[in-house]
Ligand binder design. Sequence first.
Ligand SMILES: C[S@@+](CC[C@H](N)C(=O)[O-])C[C@H]1O[C@@H](n2cnc3c(N)ncnc32)[C@H](O)[C@@H]1O
Length: 262
Amino acid sequence: MAQKADRHELYQESVQDSEFELDFVQDTYKDIRGKKPVTLREDFAGTSRTACVWTKRNKANQSYAVDFDQEVLDWGHEHNYKKLKPAQRERVEMIKADVLTVKTPPVDVCLAFNFSYWIFQERKELKRYFRAVHRALKDDGILFLDGYGGSEAHQTSVEKHKLEGFTYLWDQNKFNPLTQEMRCYIHFRFPDKSRLDKAFSYHWRLWGGHEIEDLLREAGFSNVRFYVQKFDEETDEALDEFEETRDVEDHECWIAYIAAEK
Ligand SMILES: C[S@@+](CC[C@H](N)C(=O)[O-])C[C@H]1O[C@@H](n2cnc3c(N)ncnc32)[C@H](O)[C@@H]1O
């Protein structure tokens, strides 16, 4: 089963919920700016799924997907882009480039999700990225990021999720408490006991909310908002709801969206 599996397909099924992300982006932009966003750039786009879904949501919607890995862009072209209708395809552009240097027309929203920007481990590198996005946004544009934290984020651990036909494992394999550097893997396991180990690997720095906000402001963003995942008050289970707050309880693991206004 592992030999027949497609790691990008499994990734999309287990890690990414483009519809949920886009609902959040659209609603939050509208709350802040009083209108709907139309142009979107997906940074670290991988299979470019979110950029493709964006063009399906509205005839006016336009998107750019940026990734520097030709292999993943090719996969996205075959499996996401080609499935769009011709008129939708005209409104999405897949670009092979580094997010630090790519040039795109000004956009309403830029998305860097699934913690991809944590690849930048030096302060000056992350600030350079935020500056580049600041320049790429329209005057009332907003950058959307996500982040996670909590005591569990500061240790090695393996999180398992049983999904239809396979199990997804998030393996926080190494964590350096001094530098906050971490090495993470995604593995997949199948019912016939076959495995796809290290299907994806990441070398990240665990950035804190305060550090991210400082750098966003230094890069020129005028306001930074945090939307933190809510927990059920009785069961303490994480809910699919996010509320704007800075007053976060010390749950073992929490995730948040960050909206940075130009
Ligand atoms: C974790 S995946 C993100 C996939 C998808 N956007 C998501 O939200 O699940 C990270 C992607 O970032 C790309 N990437 C990493 N550094 C990059 C850079 N400097 N410029 C462009 N793409 C980059 C990698 O090639 C990889 O496809």
